[in-house]
Design a binder for this molecule. Structure first.
Ligand code: LAC
Ligand code: ZN
Length: 469
């Protein structure tokens, strides 16, 4: 696809739409909007535009469509698969000024938001009404709801509450040609035509730009308890995951961290829990609910299962300070790896009973290719983040052979009945592996869907679908 380069006329016209304060070609701005949280990728857009509202945004889209200028939509820039990278330059279209919570419908447990509302801000706002929005990715303090929708973000509480797509009722979207419409209805049930809301969710900004979302809420649980259980071998830890679920308890989080994960984070942050030398992995388990007594009973049952699977030590957190400490340890693993090493992050997912095979397989692949990995994640969902650490892997192997190793990891996931990404998306960095999971006919159908929304191929180029040969 040949894209038009930005001319002085384009700059004038686009600046006319959003106003000069919100159109920038300053090099530091182009640099800042040229990367996200994905490893160390950096691109240079030609202009950054920050429209005030959905109508301005639609005007920008219509203009770019007519002029054949590529657009990369952008939310909070916290993505881990490069969905917001302006890979071909062009326009970065930031939603950051569309940041209002428009209404909270207490009676119907619904909230209507613009895309740049930060996940945690939404959570805090609905909390005042005794409600909550459960999907809570680790990035919740800075990621936007628009980006959460685009990537179908998950997070630790998905094991009980589901992922972003489970909370979407209706979306206002702008298509590449500038037309704007609502995809669904503000109803809990909807069997009316193709489900475009669910198609847009997880499409990583390649089909349309979301300008409003109506999301489902649930009652805020009054109480929660967290446990950190240590295991001397990883297999027992992953087996205990199924044991807990089989006991009939649905924890609100069931997280796995291999030993290195907790060590990395304890080294980076001033946070400590006692960890014996022989510990190989931890499970972080949370239960939540309305009644304190029943939570206590649930915790007792979880204890029994953990002991049955050989947990050597269980750390119990029932006050806010201790709970926060455990959750800080868990949610900063990615940050710790990010800050301290050259790494490559994968977001593998398998049916959860296959986690032991996945973990062992990843280590075996690592040994053959010469890389170490730090594995942690949402064990209750079978969703394991594999951070591949460069360490002392020779540069030429890292540059040339690592891709084959990653491909083998994805082949293993596929063989185990899983897939490439559970919650981070495919974005820019994983798309070259899509053929591991999808055959040519499947990919072709995806291209046709893309083409129906974006016939000129201008929206978020080089994302999700691999380049054609
Ligand atoms: C986490 C992010 C990386 O689970 O998804 O910490
Ligand atoms: Zn995660």
């Amino acid at each position: 696809m040949a894209y038009q380069r930005l001319t002085a006329q384009h700059v004038d016209d686009l600046t006319g739409i959003v106003g000069s304060a919100y159109a920038s070609q300053a090099s530091e701005i182009l640099h800042a909007y040229g990367h996200d949280y994905t490893e160390d990728y950096q691109f240079e857009p030609e202009i950054v535009l920050i429209p005030a509202n959905a109508d301005e945004l639609a005007k920008v889209m219509a203009y770019c469509y007519q002029q054949e200028l590529p657009i990369t939509p952008r939310g909070g820039g916290t993505g881990l698969s490069g969905g917001a990278l302006p890979a071909v330059g062009g326009v970065v279209l930031s939603t950051e000024r569309l940041n209002r919570i428009l209404s909270i419908d207490e009676a119907n447990f619904q909230v209507t938001v613009e895309p740049a509302v930060i996940n945690q801000e939404l959570r805090d706002a609905v909390n005042e009404y005794g409600l909550t929005y459960p999907p809570d990715p680790a990035s919740k303090g800075s990621s936007y709801i628009g980006g959460n929708l685009a990537e179908n973000a998950g997070g630790p509480r998905a094991v009980k509450y589901g992922v972003t797509s489970d909370y979407v009722l209706n979306l206002e979207v702008v298509l590449p040609d500038g037309s704007k419409f609502w995809t669904g209805a503000n109803t809990l049930k909807n069997a009316t035509g193709y489900n475009l809301s669910q198609l847009i969710v997880g499409s990583e900004g390649t089909l349309a730009v979301i300008t409003k979302a109506v999301l489902k809420l649930v009652t805020q649980p009054k109480h929660s308890l967290s446990l950190l259980a240590a295991f001397d071998n990883q297999r027992n830890a992953t087996k205990a995951v199924n044991g807990i679920l089989k006991s009939g308890i649905v924890p609100s989080a069931l997280e796995f961290m291999e030993r290195d994960a907790i060590d990395w984070v304890m080294n980076l942050m001033d946070l400590r829990v006692p960890v014996q030398d022989q510990v190989a992995a931890h499970l972080l388990i949370e239960v939540d609910g309305q009644h304190w007594e029943s939570l206590q009973e649930e915790v007792e049952s979880v204890y029994e299962v953990l002991e049955e699977y050989g947990s050597s030590e269980i750390y119990y957190a029932d006050n806010d300070q201790d709970k926060q400490k455990l959750w800080h340890l868990r949610s900063n693993v990615a940050e710790a790896v990010h800050a301290n090493s050259i790494y490559k992050e994968e977001d593998t997912v398998v049916p959860r009973a296959s986690l032991p095979e996945l973990l062992e397989g990843v280590k075996e692949i690592g040994e053959r290719y010469g890389f170490k990995s730090v594995c942690y994640g949402h064990a209750g969902d079978g969703n394991m983040h594999v951070n591949i650490i460069k360490g002392d892997m020779p540069q030429y192997r890292w540059d040339h052979e690592l891709k084959d190793g990653i491909r083998e990891i994805f082949e293993l996931c596929t063989k185990l009945g899983g897939t490439l990404s559970g919650e981070h998306g495919i974005g820019y960095v994983q798309r070259e592996y899509m053929d591991v999971r999808f055959d040519a006919a499947h990919l072709q159908l995806m291209r046709k869907i893309k083409n129906a929304f974006d016939p000129k191929g201008l929206l978020n180029p080089k994302k999700v679908l691999p380049d054609r040969d």
